[in-house]
Design a protein around this ligand. Structure first.
Ligand code: SF4
Length: 183
């Protein structure tokens, strides 16, 4: 049974598509967008810029994996009022990514999730307490912080990036090595 798909199928995801990690485009422009700090994590998390390593290291990390999966979740807003829940939707997606990340690590697969909003494995990131990262092996890097061009990747894989007006599409990525795991 496909282990990664079995894990992802437990969540309310819209699409799950295979990617070749070596086709992931990493750009300074994507990382630069983090400086706007829309998610509030810029400079507050070891897995977000400016504390995340140089882009070249991120690229090497991504390319070091044999396989990958891009997944999306879509939310529709019925009216203007519902846009107030935008932050909650992002937080909820981040939590889902944490759970997927933990399940992958627990199942013994050599893999990790890259997602919006940096690492939330600890209630408070060690960075804010002047401590080293508590779980450097398990920490979950920010997708944008790694400079991943999700729009390019969506187009290349056919994953729908824009699901229409009054909708938000949020995307995460799993990178993994597992010879017996086919999706
Ligand atoms: S594992 Fe903890 S200390 Fe390390 S980046 Fe994640 S939240 Fe921060």
């Amino acid at each position: 049974m496909d282990k990664i798909k079995a894990i992802l199928d437990n969540y309310n995801l819209k699409e799950i598509v295979k990617i070749d990690p070596k086709t992931v485009r990493v750009t300074e422009d994507v990382r630069a967008a983090c400086e706007k700090n829309d998610c509030g994590q810029y400079g507050k998390n070891y897995m977000c810029p400016p504390h995340l390593g140089p882009l070249e290291e991120c690229k090497e990390m991504i390319y070091s994996y044999e396989k990958g999966v891009l997944f999306s979740q879509v939310h529709f807003f019925k009216n203007r009022q519902e846009y107030k829940h935008y932050d909650d939707i992002i937080k909820s997606f981040t939590k889902i990514n944490d759970k997927i990340h933990r399940e992958i690590r627990k199942s013994g697969i050599d893999g990790k999730v890259l997602s919006a909003g940096g690492c939330t494995l600890c209630k408070t990131c060690g960075l804010l307490e002047d401590l080293p990262c508590r779980f450097p092996e398990d920490a979950k890097p920010s997708l944008e912080g790694c400079g991943v061009d999700v729009v390019h990747l969506s187009k290349a894989t056919g994953l729908v990036y824009n699901n229409g007006p009054k909708s938000i599409t949020i995307i995460g990525m799993v990178l993994y090595n597992d010879e017996i795991d086919e999706i």
